[in-house]
Design a binder for this molecule. Structure first.
Ligand SMILES: NC(=O)c1ccc[n+]([C@@H]2O[C@H](COP(=O)([O-])OP(=O)(O)OC[C@H]3O[C@@H](n4cnc5c(N)ncnc54)[C@H](OP(=O)(O)O)[C@@H]3O)[C@@H](O)[C@H]2O)c1
Length: 273
């Protein structure tokens, strides 16, 4: 499209790269009442474009048109950003006002600000449970944004789960903890399930018990405002089963291992940026 083309109207929300994470957000926003007419999206493959238009009734169009949106969600993979930059740089859309919300891992706001100098830049780091609305989403807001503008972005991201305010400097730590966290938790869940099978329970019963135990433990900690050590001490009776198990975890260096795990992910995130 030539640079001077007049785009007929401006969508409220534009999504460049409507893949898994953006789709989770789109589906929930539409279910909450956002009108499909107010959303323009883009994707790379014709199959994906057709799927999005057919499933959600949103307009699927070029990145250049999508970028006219008042709020522009950037949800391509980080390595694709260079293509988007070449496409949009030095076009009129690069000078539009409004908001850019990036969920791209490891892309600093400074780079986005160079592409969109007139817009407020927000960075968010959702995690995988966001796909079912149960994510934790770290949000680094533009320092020039008003409370109202921040709240608007929180409302958008809120459909993916719990939004937590962070500074951009905390993003590598967030990536290591809540971004990579679901994989660490899944590994622990899998190991506990195998353990249940090892002591004679069926796989399905084991899964039910482990999922319930993890969800219930977190709920109890939150609702009662307990320190984890209080809960642990309450379960571990003298010479009982729990303390026998805890002794094994301590001997195996479980705490240190988990701390090293998150530190390794943090260092990796820093190195990638
Ligand atoms: N998934 C997560 O749990 C998670 C967590 C935190 C952050 N993130 C971040 O979220 C972003 C998206 O992740 P995802 O898992 O949703 O990836 P994804 O499913 O691969 O989505 C990326 C989308 O971008 C589209 N795309 C590729 N090239 C494009 C182009 N030139 N123009 C327009 N669209 C293009 C792809 O289209 P096609 O489908 O046609 O290929 C795809 O739909 C990433 O930056 C990632 O770092 C994801």
């Amino acid at each position: 499209m030539p640079n001077n083309t007049i785009v007929p109207r401006v969508p409220a929300l534009g999504i460049i790269g409507c893949g898994r994470m953006a789709e989770a957000m789109l589906a929930r926003l539409l279910a909450k009442g956002l009108l499909p007419d107010h959303v323009w999206v883009s994707a790379r493959s014709p199959q994906r474009q057709q799927y999005l238009a057919h499933t959600y009734g949103v307009r699927v169009t070029t990145n250049l048109e999508v970028a006219t949106a008042e709020t522009l969600l950037l949800a391509v993979k980080p390595q694709v950003l260079a293509d988007i930059e070449s496409e949009l740089a030095d076009t009129p859309v690069a000078q539009e006002m409004g908001v850019v919300l990036s969920i791209m891992a490891g892309i600093h706001s400074g780079r986005l600000r160079r592409l969109f100098p007139q817009r407020l830049i927000f960075r968010a780091m959702p995690n995988t449970p966001a796909q079912v609305g149960a994510g934790v989403i770290a949000l680094a807001s533009d320092s020039a944004a008003s409370e109202l503008e921040i709240q608007k972005i929180k409302n958008l991201l809120g459909v993916l789960g719990q939004v937590v305010a962070v500074s951009e400097g905390q993003m590598d730590a967030v990536t290591a903890l809540s971004g990579s966290g679901p994989a660490f938790v899944a590994l622990i869940v899998e190991a506990l399930c195998d353990a249940g099978v090892a002591v004679g329970l069926s796989r399905s019963l084991t899964q039910e018990l482990v999922y319930g135990t993890i969800a219930g433990t977190v709920q109890l900690l939150k609702e009662r405002g307990l320190h984890p050590a209080q809960l642990k001490d309450a379960v571990a009776s003298p010479a009982g089963t729990t303390i026998a198990g805890l002794e094994v975890l301590e001997a195996a260096g479980m705490r240190g291992t988990l701390m090293q795990t998150v530190k390794a992910a943090y260092e990796r995130s820093q190195a990638l940026n």
